[in-house]
Design a protein around this ligand. Structure first.
Ligand code: KG4
Ligand code: ZN
Length: 334
């Protein structure tokens, strides 16, 4: 059934994302503005600067996105926004904007969990996976395995005990002197690394369970880097071994989660889902072992408005919406 388009707004961290999604028609348009250059000089996201930049960029970006979608403001059936988790000031910009728009347009507004957005991002692709499936959520803030029985029916199977996978990429990049944002830079460097020069442990794969721990890897890398000749080739070799350790660990746990739940579909989401080696290894494991591995396109692995518009549209279609008070949840369990 065709339904009215939903505007989605993402502003939980350092990306301003806006999209228009309509059930039955799919994604009509999406736009992203990244603040990465703004924060690069500080070596990380500065929350106050992030909030101010969302204020500057959000409405122009929404206008541009609606124009690209060919949708007038008054044709909208609802407004979805990321209500958490994330930086509280940044979240409040998106929430205030979305709720005010919805109030003025007399349509419902819905606050979406950022990780639910990531989790559902693979549904934006052609031939989308249908629940039940297992989702690997790997971002800068989370490393989780979740069983998805249906929209809104999520069961946590495993979580990180310390650093998230993306955080491990970022911190490891930083300690080898790579510029912010480190994760993607480290992954690029790993492409130049030689196989077998270094080898790091696959944390917590030697015992049963679906939890992760990545902080020890960081220490192993630090020790290896300090004891090395610190040449470019060595840095690439270490980057490669680090990436292999993370990717193999994630692959082992995904296979375990599929076996434990009896699911035949694996969904990968979140920024680390953009990692080429991870995509290849999980696709290969799936071909070998008979499960389907579904990834969002690269630009929908990292933060974006499309996943929020989609998650919001699904929840609004299920009759959910928020009341008039503007609330955000900087810490919020899925
Ligand atoms: O989902 P996301 O954009 O933001 C959060 O919700 O955290 O994920 C960002 C994380 C960062 O830690 C970044 O280093 C990591 O995803 N990331 C990558 C790659 N691209 C982004 N990690 C490994 N390989 C990549 N190609
Ligand atoms: Zn995210």
């Amino acid at each position: 059934t065709l339904s009215k388009p939903v505007l989605g707004i993402e502003s939980s961290c350092d990306e301003t994302g806006v999209a228009v999604y309509a059930a039955g028609r799919g994604l009509l348009a999406h736009r992203l503005y990244s603040q990465v250059r703004l924060h690069a000089a500080y070596g990380g996201v500065v929350p106050e600067l992030a909030s101010r930049d969302h204020v500057r960029k959000l409405l122009p970006l929404a206008r541009e996105t609606l124009a690209a979608a060919g949708v007038g403001l008054r044709e909208l059936g609802g407004v979805a926004y990321t209500a958490g988790p994330g930086l509280v000031g940044a979240l409040l910009v998106g929430a205030a904007c979305a709720r005010t728009l919805a109030w003025a347009l007399e349509v419902p507004a819905i606050g979406v969990h950022h990780m639910e957005g990531h989790l559902l991002a693979p549904l934006l692709e052609p031939d989308p996976p249908a629940p039940p499936f297992v989702a690997l959520l790997v971002s800068g803030g989370h490393s989780m395995l979740v069983h998805v029985a249906g929209i809104g029916r999520y069961r946590l199977l495993g979580d990180t005990l310390d650093d998230a996978a993306g955080e491990a990429f970022d911190k490891t990049a930083k300690l080898m002197g790579l510029p912010y944002p480190g994760g993607p830079a480290l992954a690029r460097l790993a492409e130049q690394g030689r196989a077998g020069v270094y080898r790091f442990a696959r944390p917590m794969t030697d015992r049963p369970g679906l939890d992760f721990s990545f902080s020890g890897l960081k220490t192993q890398v630090l020790l290896a880097w300090q004891a090395s000749d610190r040449s470019e080739q060595t840095r690439a070799d270490i980057a490669r071994a680090f990436e292999e350790a993370i990717v193999e660990t994630l692959t082992i746990k995904c296979r375990r989660a599929l076996a434990a739940t009896g699911a035949h579909t694996l969904v990968i989401a979140g920024g680390v889902g953009a990692n080429r080696r991870l995509r290849e290894q999980l696709a290969e494991a799936g071909a070998r072992e008979g499960f389907r591995a579904c990834f969002p396109r690269l630009e929908f692995c990292t933060d974006n408005g499309a996943m929020i518009a989609l998650a919001g549209a699904l929840r609004l279609a299920a009759g959910q919406h928020a009341d008039a008070a503007i609330r955000v949840f900087p810490r919020w369990e899925l």
